[in-house]
Design a protein. Structure first.
Length: 247
């Protein structure tokens, strides 16, 4: 088994080759490696490094969101999560065949689990957004969205954990790059954001009320989708970052 404590550039390059082989077409994805050794809960044991993968959402579908989620967006959101789950599983299997130990973390958890296991904090055991910032793929926006340089917030994330040390070519992102833009804050129907800029020293609750957001998402699910869904998408739609990557 490949269980390296020191980063091996040859192993890292092998992992990059495997990951990119599965990301087709490559221009619809971003990915990076993250050292999580100082932030992960001990429950993850030796799995202290992460592979963060982001899949671009369909801009046409996202742009159609104006006053709340559309059925098409809800279906696309769920399908993208399912695709990422399969994708990460396939990558992990190939990494395992090449001697690495891996642990896939699903791109999303069920509504029931968020309403029960995580209802008090709305925090899961691993934040895909945190892994992605550590991988240097982007930052956290004012409504707690992950913002990528390539696609803005129009993507979904998944994480593969490994015990193998991986070399990342990107520097971890520690501060927001949203600047004075308040588009998501002003359009948020839940008024859940304070407008403060994120950095790694801040707790989410200092700049964003996840419970207000979730309550609004529940109301949208019932009224617009007729489903037990917790989804909105307005802040995803209005963000100006990444609009140059259409399609």
């Amino acid at each position: 088994m490949v269980d390296l404590k020191e980063t091996d550039p040859v192993v890292s390059e092998m992992v990059r080759s495997i990951v990119e082989k599965h990301l087709t077409p490559l221009d619809r994805f971003i990915y990076g490696f993250a050292d999580l050794s100082d932030v992960l809960d001990p429950q993850f044991g030796d799995f202290r490094f992460g592979i963060s993968i982001g899949q671009k959402l369909d801009y046409r579908i996202v742009d159609a969101i104006t006053n709340g989620p559309t059925p098409e967006y809800y279906a696309h959101y769920r399908k993208t999560n399912q695709d990422l789950s399969v994708l990460s599983g396939n990558i992990a299997q190939e990494l395992e065949r090449n001697g690495m130990r891996t642990l896939c973390v699903e791109p999303s958890i069920s509504t029931d689990k968020l309403d029960s296991d995580y209802s008090l904090t709305l925090r899961t055991r691993l934040s895909h957004k945190m892994v992605a910032t550590r991988a240097g793929l982007g930052w956290i926006g004012k409504t707690a969205l992950f913002i990528s340089k390539e696609f803005g917030p129009r993507l979904r994330l998944v994480t593969i954990l490994t015990s193998t040390s991986l070399e990342n070519s990107r520097t971890p992102v520690k501060m927001s790059k949203c600047g004075k833009c308040n588009a998501c804050v002003e359009e948020c129907p839940a008024e859940a954001a304070t407008g403060q800029l994120w950095d790694t020293t801040m707790d989410r609750d200092e700049f964003f009320d996840a419970h207000k957001c979730r309550a609004q998402c529940k109301a949208f699910g019932e009224r617009l989708l007729g489903a037990e869904a917790r989804i909105c998408g307005i802040c995803v739609s209005v963000c100006p970052i990444g609009h140059n990557k259409r399609g």
